[in-house]
Design a protein around this ligand. Structure first.
Ligand code: PLP
Length: 404
Protein backbone atom coordinates (compact mmCIF):
# COMPACT_ATOMS: atom_id res chain seq x y z
CA UNK A 1 0.00 0.00 0.00
CA UNK A 2 1.49 3.36 -0.98
CA UNK A 3 1.51 6.08 1.67
CA UNK A 4 -1.08 8.07 -0.29
CA UNK A 5 -3.62 5.23 -0.48
CA UNK A 6 -6.81 5.94 1.45
CA UNK A 7 -7.27 3.39 4.21
CA UNK A 8 -10.65 1.69 4.24
CA UNK A 9 -10.02 -0.23 7.44
CA UNK A 10 -13.01 1.56 8.93
CA UNK A 11 -15.40 -0.19 6.55
CA UNK A 12 -17.49 -2.89 8.18
CA UNK A 13 -19.72 -2.63 11.25
CA UNK A 14 -18.79 0.45 13.24
CA UNK A 15 -18.65 0.52 17.03
CA UNK A 16 -19.85 3.47 19.09
CA UNK A 17 -18.01 2.98 22.40
CA UNK A 18 -19.13 6.21 24.07
CA UNK A 19 -20.91 6.41 27.45
CA UNK A 20 -24.34 6.91 25.97
CA UNK A 21 -26.07 6.47 23.72
CA UNK A 22 -24.95 2.87 23.98
CA UNK A 23 -24.99 0.03 21.45
CA UNK A 24 -28.56 -0.88 20.44
CA UNK A 25 -29.16 -4.65 20.28
CA UNK A 26 -30.56 -6.06 17.04
CA UNK A 27 -33.50 -7.39 19.07
CA UNK A 28 -34.37 -3.84 20.16
CA UNK A 29 -34.01 -2.44 16.64
CA UNK A 30 -36.20 -5.19 15.22
CA UNK A 31 -38.86 -4.62 17.88
CA UNK A 32 -38.97 -0.91 16.98
CA UNK A 33 -39.09 -1.44 13.22
CA UNK A 34 -42.84 -1.46 12.68
CA UNK A 35 -45.79 0.66 11.61
CA UNK A 36 -47.44 2.89 14.23
CA UNK A 37 -49.66 0.83 16.50
CA UNK A 38 -53.11 1.79 17.76
CA UNK A 39 -52.76 3.88 20.92
CA UNK A 40 -56.40 3.51 21.99
CA UNK A 41 -56.72 -0.25 22.23
CA UNK A 42 -54.77 -3.43 21.76
CA UNK A 43 -51.30 -4.73 22.33
CA UNK A 44 -49.51 -1.49 23.23
CA UNK A 45 -51.75 -0.90 26.25
CA UNK A 46 -50.91 -4.25 27.84
CA UNK A 47 -47.28 -4.06 26.81
CA UNK A 48 -46.84 -0.70 28.57
CA UNK A 49 -48.16 -2.10 31.84
CA UNK A 50 -45.61 -4.93 31.68
CA UNK A 51 -42.82 -2.43 30.91
CA UNK A 52 -43.66 -0.39 34.00
CA UNK A 53 -43.65 -3.55 36.12
CA UNK A 54 -40.37 -4.83 34.76
CA UNK A 55 -38.65 -1.46 35.12
CA UNK A 56 -39.28 -1.85 38.85
CA UNK A 57 -37.48 -5.18 38.80
CA UNK A 58 -34.43 -3.60 37.20
CA UNK A 59 -34.50 -0.73 39.71
CA UNK A 60 -35.05 -3.20 42.58
CA UNK A 61 -38.09 -1.39 43.89
CA UNK A 62 -41.70 -2.18 44.64
CA UNK A 63 -42.55 1.52 44.56
CA UNK A 64 -43.76 3.86 41.82
CA UNK A 65 -42.39 4.64 38.38
CA UNK A 66 -43.34 7.56 36.14
CA UNK A 67 -42.35 7.54 32.46
CA UNK A 68 -41.41 10.72 30.57
CA UNK A 69 -40.80 11.35 26.88
CA UNK A 70 -37.52 13.09 27.62
CA UNK A 71 -33.82 12.47 27.96
CA UNK A 72 -32.05 12.30 31.30
CA UNK A 73 -32.15 16.07 31.73
CA UNK A 74 -35.94 15.84 31.51
CA UNK A 75 -35.99 13.20 34.26
CA UNK A 76 -33.80 15.46 36.41
CA UNK A 77 -36.31 18.27 36.07
CA UNK A 78 -39.31 15.98 36.47
CA UNK A 79 -37.98 14.59 39.74
CA UNK A 80 -37.16 18.02 41.15
CA UNK A 81 -40.49 19.52 40.04
CA UNK A 82 -42.35 17.00 42.22
CA UNK A 83 -40.48 17.64 45.47
CA UNK A 84 -39.18 21.21 45.45
CA UNK A 85 -40.66 24.65 45.80
CA UNK A 86 -38.75 27.84 45.03
CA UNK A 87 -36.59 28.69 48.02
CA UNK A 88 -36.14 25.08 49.15
CA UNK A 89 -32.56 24.05 49.88
CA UNK A 90 -30.82 21.07 48.26
CA UNK A 91 -27.42 19.58 48.98
CA UNK A 92 -25.34 18.47 46.00
CA UNK A 93 -22.20 16.43 46.67
CA UNK A 94 -20.81 16.55 43.12
CA UNK A 95 -18.12 14.21 41.80
CA UNK A 96 -18.15 15.40 38.22
CA UNK A 97 -20.04 17.40 35.63
CA UNK A 98 -23.36 15.59 36.05
CA UNK A 99 -23.65 16.28 39.76
CA UNK A 100 -22.99 19.94 39.08
CA UNK A 101 -25.51 19.88 36.24
CA UNK A 102 -28.32 18.44 38.37
CA UNK A 103 -27.63 21.13 40.95
CA UNK A 104 -27.83 23.80 38.23
CA UNK A 105 -31.20 22.42 37.21
CA UNK A 106 -32.43 22.70 40.80
CA UNK A 107 -31.18 26.30 40.90
CA UNK A 108 -33.08 26.95 37.68
CA UNK A 109 -36.26 25.89 39.47
CA UNK A 110 -35.56 28.38 42.24
CA UNK A 111 -33.89 26.09 44.78
CA UNK A 112 -31.06 27.26 47.02
CA UNK A 113 -28.20 24.94 46.16
CA UNK A 114 -25.41 24.00 48.54
CA UNK A 115 -22.74 22.52 46.29
CA UNK A 116 -20.03 20.33 47.79
CA UNK A 117 -17.69 20.07 44.82
CA UNK A 118 -15.45 17.02 45.16
CA UNK A 119 -13.49 17.73 42.00
CA UNK A 120 -13.17 15.18 39.21
CA UNK A 121 -11.28 12.25 40.64
CA UNK A 122 -12.68 11.71 44.13
CA UNK A 123 -15.75 10.02 45.48
CA UNK A 124 -17.98 11.49 48.19
CA UNK A 125 -16.31 12.54 51.39
CA UNK A 126 -18.95 11.43 53.90
CA UNK A 127 -17.41 13.54 56.68
CA UNK A 128 -17.83 16.62 54.55
CA UNK A 129 -21.42 15.71 53.74
CA UNK A 130 -22.08 14.97 57.43
CA UNK A 131 -20.77 18.39 58.37
CA UNK A 132 -23.13 20.09 55.92
CA UNK A 133 -26.07 18.07 57.22
CA UNK A 134 -25.20 18.74 60.87
CA UNK A 135 -25.02 22.47 60.22
CA UNK A 136 -28.57 22.27 58.92
CA UNK A 137 -30.21 21.99 62.32
CA UNK A 138 -33.45 23.50 61.07
CA UNK A 139 -33.67 20.76 58.44
CA UNK A 140 -33.99 23.19 55.59
CA UNK A 141 -32.26 20.81 53.21
CA UNK A 142 -35.15 19.12 51.43
CA UNK A 143 -33.14 16.75 49.28
CA UNK A 144 -29.67 15.43 48.63
CA UNK A 145 -28.97 15.11 44.89
CA UNK A 146 -26.71 12.08 44.63
CA UNK A 147 -25.23 10.98 41.32
CA UNK A 148 -24.46 7.26 41.64
CA UNK A 149 -22.04 7.07 38.70
CA UNK A 150 -20.86 10.40 37.35
CA UNK A 151 -20.31 9.68 33.68
CA UNK A 152 -17.89 12.57 33.19
CA UNK A 153 -15.40 11.37 35.81
CA UNK A 154 -16.36 7.65 35.96
CA UNK A 155 -16.54 7.91 39.76
CA UNK A 156 -18.98 5.50 41.43
CA UNK A 157 -20.36 6.70 44.76
CA UNK A 158 -21.64 4.67 47.69
CA UNK A 159 -25.36 5.47 47.81
CA UNK A 160 -26.05 3.06 50.68
CA UNK A 161 -23.41 4.76 52.83
CA UNK A 162 -25.12 8.09 52.19
CA UNK A 163 -28.46 6.59 53.26
CA UNK A 164 -26.87 5.35 56.49
CA UNK A 165 -25.41 8.77 57.13
CA UNK A 166 -28.79 10.47 56.73
CA UNK A 167 -30.33 7.92 59.10
CA UNK A 168 -27.56 8.27 61.65
CA UNK A 169 -27.97 12.05 61.67
CA UNK A 170 -31.77 11.66 61.63
CA UNK A 171 -31.91 14.11 58.75
CA UNK A 172 -35.24 13.96 56.89
CA UNK A 173 -33.96 15.13 53.47
CA UNK A 174 -35.04 13.02 50.52
CA UNK A 175 -32.26 10.89 49.07
CA UNK A 176 -32.47 11.36 45.30
CA UNK A 177 -30.20 9.24 43.10
CA UNK A 178 -29.20 9.77 39.48
CA UNK A 179 -28.72 6.27 38.02
CA UNK A 180 -28.76 7.36 34.40
CA UNK A 181 -25.33 5.84 33.75
CA UNK A 182 -25.45 3.04 36.30
CA UNK A 183 -28.84 1.36 35.99
CA UNK A 184 -28.42 -2.04 34.35
CA UNK A 185 -24.62 -1.81 34.72
CA UNK A 186 -23.51 -1.19 38.31
CA UNK A 187 -25.31 -2.81 41.23
CA UNK A 188 -28.13 -0.57 42.43
CA UNK A 189 -30.87 -1.50 44.91
CA UNK A 190 -33.43 1.28 45.29
CA UNK A 191 -35.44 -0.13 48.19
CA UNK A 192 -32.67 -1.95 50.05
CA UNK A 193 -30.54 1.19 49.87
CA UNK A 194 -33.36 3.44 51.05
CA UNK A 195 -33.41 5.69 47.99
CA UNK A 196 -36.49 7.92 47.93
CA UNK A 197 -36.32 9.10 44.32
CA UNK A 198 -34.31 7.63 41.44
CA UNK A 199 -33.97 8.99 37.92
CA UNK A 200 -32.74 7.14 34.88
CA UNK A 201 -32.99 7.18 31.09
CA UNK A 202 -33.26 4.52 28.41
CA UNK A 203 -30.16 5.06 26.26
CA UNK A 204 -27.41 3.72 28.48
CA UNK A 205 -27.69 0.45 30.40
CA UNK A 206 -31.24 0.04 29.07
CA UNK A 207 -29.95 -0.15 25.46
CA UNK A 208 -32.76 1.80 23.73
CA UNK A 209 -32.36 4.95 21.57
CA UNK A 210 -32.53 8.16 23.63
CA UNK A 211 -35.97 9.64 24.21
CA UNK A 212 -37.58 8.07 27.25
CA UNK A 213 -36.65 8.52 30.90
CA UNK A 214 -38.00 7.42 34.26
CA UNK A 215 -38.55 8.72 37.76
CA UNK A 216 -39.01 6.16 40.52
CA UNK A 217 -40.34 7.36 43.86
CA UNK A 218 -41.35 5.86 47.18
CA UNK A 219 -44.12 6.79 49.64
CA UNK A 220 -42.05 9.38 51.46
CA UNK A 221 -41.42 11.21 48.18
CA UNK A 222 -45.10 10.85 47.24
CA UNK A 223 -46.05 12.50 50.55
CA UNK A 224 -43.72 15.36 49.80
CA UNK A 225 -45.35 15.74 46.38
CA UNK A 226 -48.79 15.75 47.99
CA UNK A 227 -47.75 18.56 50.33
CA UNK A 228 -46.75 20.96 47.55
CA UNK A 229 -49.10 23.74 46.61
CA UNK A 230 -48.73 23.03 42.93
CA UNK A 231 -46.72 20.97 40.46
CA UNK A 232 -46.59 21.63 36.72
CA UNK A 233 -49.28 19.47 35.18
CA UNK A 234 -46.91 17.98 32.63
CA UNK A 235 -44.19 16.98 35.10
CA UNK A 236 -46.57 15.77 37.83
CA UNK A 237 -45.67 12.14 38.47
CA UNK A 238 -48.98 11.20 40.15
CA UNK A 239 -51.16 10.39 37.10
CA UNK A 240 -48.19 8.87 35.27
CA UNK A 241 -47.52 6.41 38.06
CA UNK A 242 -51.20 5.53 38.57
CA UNK A 243 -52.88 6.15 35.24
CA UNK A 244 -56.65 5.81 34.98
CA UNK A 245 -56.40 6.21 31.22
CA UNK A 246 -53.60 4.99 28.95
CA UNK A 247 -52.56 8.47 27.76
CA UNK A 248 -51.81 9.45 31.36
CA UNK A 249 -48.71 7.24 31.42
CA UNK A 250 -47.14 9.78 29.08
CA UNK A 251 -49.15 12.95 29.54
CA UNK A 252 -50.24 12.58 25.90
CA UNK A 253 -49.37 10.40 22.92
CA UNK A 254 -47.34 7.32 23.84
CA UNK A 255 -43.73 7.00 22.66
CA UNK A 256 -45.00 3.97 20.77
CA UNK A 257 -41.80 2.60 19.28
CA UNK A 258 -39.79 3.20 22.42
CA UNK A 259 -42.22 1.01 24.33
CA UNK A 260 -41.59 -1.87 21.93
CA UNK A 261 -37.85 -1.30 22.14
CA UNK A 262 -37.94 -1.18 25.91
CA UNK A 263 -40.01 -4.35 26.06
CA UNK A 264 -37.32 -6.17 24.05
CA UNK A 265 -34.48 -4.67 26.12
CA UNK A 266 -36.14 -5.59 29.43
CA UNK A 267 -36.68 -9.13 28.14
CA UNK A 268 -32.96 -9.40 27.46
CA UNK A 269 -31.95 -7.97 30.84
CA UNK A 270 -34.34 -10.10 32.86
CA UNK A 271 -33.49 -13.26 30.90
CA UNK A 272 -29.83 -12.70 31.72
CA UNK A 273 -30.65 -11.85 35.36
CA UNK A 274 -29.68 -8.73 37.29
CA UNK A 275 -26.84 -10.42 39.17
CA UNK A 276 -25.39 -11.72 35.90
CA UNK A 277 -25.78 -8.34 34.21
CA UNK A 278 -23.85 -6.69 37.05
CA UNK A 279 -21.17 -9.39 37.05
CA UNK A 280 -20.71 -9.10 33.29
CA UNK A 281 -20.18 -5.35 33.56
CA UNK A 282 -17.79 -5.83 36.45
CA UNK A 283 -15.67 -8.39 34.61
CA UNK A 284 -15.58 -6.33 31.41
CA UNK A 285 -14.60 -3.24 33.44
CA UNK A 286 -11.79 -5.18 35.11
CA UNK A 287 -10.48 -6.23 31.70
CA UNK A 288 -10.49 -2.58 30.63
CA UNK A 289 -8.69 -1.50 33.82
CA UNK A 290 -6.07 -4.20 33.36
CA UNK A 291 -5.30 -2.83 29.90
CA UNK A 292 -5.35 0.80 31.01
CA UNK A 293 -3.14 0.13 34.03
CA UNK A 294 -0.63 -1.51 31.66
CA UNK A 295 -0.71 1.45 29.26
CA UNK A 296 -0.17 3.73 32.26
CA UNK A 297 3.30 2.23 32.68
CA UNK A 298 4.36 4.35 29.69
CA UNK A 299 3.85 7.43 31.86
CA UNK A 300 1.45 9.08 29.43
CA UNK A 301 -2.05 7.68 29.56
CA UNK A 302 -3.70 7.87 32.98
CA UNK A 303 -6.95 6.55 34.41
CA UNK A 304 -8.96 9.40 35.91
CA UNK A 305 -9.93 7.37 39.00
CA UNK A 306 -7.01 5.82 40.88
CA UNK A 307 -8.90 3.58 43.29
CA UNK A 308 -10.54 0.54 41.71
CA UNK A 309 -13.14 0.40 44.47
CA UNK A 310 -14.75 3.65 43.32
CA UNK A 311 -14.57 3.13 39.55
CA UNK A 312 -17.77 2.68 37.60
CA UNK A 313 -18.32 -0.57 35.73
CA UNK A 314 -20.08 1.33 32.92
CA UNK A 315 -17.66 4.04 31.85
CA UNK A 316 -13.92 4.72 32.09
CA UNK A 317 -12.42 8.22 31.88
CA UNK A 318 -8.77 8.67 30.93
CA UNK A 319 -6.44 11.51 30.21
CA UNK A 320 -3.05 12.19 28.68
CA UNK A 321 -1.20 15.32 27.58
CA UNK A 322 -3.35 17.30 25.12
CA UNK A 323 -4.20 16.83 22.33
CA UNK A 324 -3.53 13.11 22.77
CA UNK A 325 -7.12 12.24 23.63
CA UNK A 326 -8.52 14.09 20.65
CA UNK A 327 -5.94 12.62 18.27
CA UNK A 328 -6.58 9.09 19.49
CA UNK A 329 -10.34 9.53 19.14
CA UNK A 330 -10.05 10.77 15.56
CA UNK A 331 -7.55 8.08 14.65
CA UNK A 332 -9.67 5.15 15.82
CA UNK A 333 -12.83 6.60 14.31
CA UNK A 334 -11.30 7.35 10.91
CA UNK A 335 -9.11 4.29 10.63
CA UNK A 336 -11.01 1.58 12.47
CA UNK A 337 -14.65 2.62 12.68
CA UNK A 338 -14.31 2.78 16.49
CA UNK A 339 -15.75 5.89 18.15
CA UNK A 340 -14.49 6.73 21.65
CA UNK A 341 -16.08 9.22 24.05
CA UNK A 342 -14.91 12.80 24.46
CA UNK A 343 -13.91 14.29 27.81
CA UNK A 344 -16.84 16.12 29.41
CA UNK A 345 -16.43 19.03 31.81
CA UNK A 346 -12.75 18.23 32.06
CA UNK A 347 -11.14 21.43 30.78
CA UNK A 348 -8.19 22.72 32.79
CA UNK A 349 -5.96 25.80 32.53
CA UNK A 350 -3.34 23.74 30.66
CA UNK A 351 -5.93 22.01 28.48
CA UNK A 352 -8.81 24.47 28.00
CA UNK A 353 -10.45 22.40 25.28
CA UNK A 354 -10.22 19.14 27.26
CA UNK A 355 -8.31 17.56 24.36
CA UNK A 356 -6.28 15.30 26.62
CA UNK A 357 -9.37 13.42 27.79
CA UNK A 358 -11.29 10.48 26.47
CA UNK A 359 -13.85 8.04 27.80
CA UNK A 360 -14.79 4.48 27.01
CA UNK A 361 -18.45 3.54 27.32
CA UNK A 362 -18.99 -0.08 28.33
CA UNK A 363 -22.63 -0.05 29.29
CA UNK A 364 -25.45 -2.29 28.20
CA UNK A 365 -25.11 -4.49 25.13
CA UNK A 366 -21.38 -5.23 25.39
CA UNK A 367 -19.53 -8.51 25.62
CA UNK A 368 -15.98 -9.82 25.82
CA UNK A 369 -15.12 -9.72 22.14
CA UNK A 370 -16.39 -6.13 21.84
CA UNK A 371 -14.22 -5.05 24.77
CA UNK A 372 -11.19 -6.74 23.23
CA UNK A 373 -11.95 -4.93 19.97
CA UNK A 374 -12.18 -1.65 21.85
CA UNK A 375 -8.87 -2.23 23.60
CA UNK A 376 -7.16 -3.58 20.48
CA UNK A 377 -8.37 -0.55 18.56
CA UNK A 378 -6.96 1.81 21.18
CA UNK A 379 -3.69 -0.15 21.12
CA UNK A 380 -3.50 0.40 17.35
CA UNK A 381 -4.20 4.10 17.76
CA UNK A 382 -1.55 4.49 20.45
CA UNK A 383 0.93 2.75 18.14
CA UNK A 384 -0.04 4.85 15.10
CA UNK A 385 0.38 8.06 17.09
CA UNK A 386 3.58 6.88 18.83
CA UNK A 387 2.07 7.55 22.24
CA UNK A 388 4.30 6.05 24.95
CA UNK A 389 2.64 3.10 26.70
CA UNK A 390 3.36 -0.08 28.59
CA UNK A 391 3.30 -3.27 26.52
CA UNK A 392 0.96 -6.23 26.94
CA UNK A 393 -2.22 -4.27 27.66
CA UNK A 394 -4.56 -6.30 25.44
CA UNK A 395 -3.01 -9.49 26.74
CA UNK A 396 -3.64 -8.36 30.31
CA UNK A 397 -7.30 -7.77 29.42
CA UNK A 398 -7.54 -11.12 27.71
CA UNK A 399 -6.25 -12.80 30.86
CA UNK A 400 -9.00 -11.17 32.92
CA UNK A 401 -11.64 -12.46 30.52
CA UNK A 402 -10.02 -15.89 30.51
CA UNK A 403 -10.08 -15.92 34.29
CA UNK A 404 -6.43 -16.88 34.07
C1 PLP B 1 -26.17 10.77 30.45
C2 PLP B 1 -26.31 11.28 31.83
C3 PLP B 1 -27.15 12.37 32.14
C4 PLP B 1 -27.85 13.16 31.09
O1 PLP B 1 -28.71 12.39 30.35
P1 PLP B 1 -29.25 12.96 28.95
O2 PLP B 1 -30.09 11.85 28.44
O3 PLP B 1 -28.04 13.23 28.11
O4 PLP B 1 -30.02 14.19 29.22
C5 PLP B 1 -27.27 12.72 33.46
N1 PLP B 1 -26.63 12.08 34.43
C6 PLP B 1 -25.80 11.04 34.18
C7 PLP B 1 -25.11 10.36 35.30
C8 PLP B 1 -25.63 10.60 32.86
O5 PLP B 1 -24.82 9.58 32.61
Amino acid sequence: MSSTAVSTLAHGRSYLAIPGPSVIPDEVQRAMHRASPNIYAGELIDLTATVAGDLRKVARTRHNVAIYIANGHGAWEAALANVLEPGDRVLVPATGRFGIGWGEMAAGLGAEVTLLDHGRSSNWDLDRIAQALRQDQAHQIRAVLAVHVDTSSSIRNDVLALRRLLDELEHPALLMADCIASLGCDRFEMDAWGVDVMVTACQKGLMVPAGVSFVFFNDKAAQRRASLNRVSLYWDWTPRANPQEFYQYFGGTAPTHHMYGLRAALDMILAEGMEQVWTRHETLAKAIWAACETWEEGGHLRLNVRDRAIRSHAVTALNMPAPGGRDLRSWTEQNLGLTLGIGLGMATAEDPAGDGFLRFGHMGHVNGQMILALLGGVEAGLAALSIPRGTGAVEAAARVLAGA
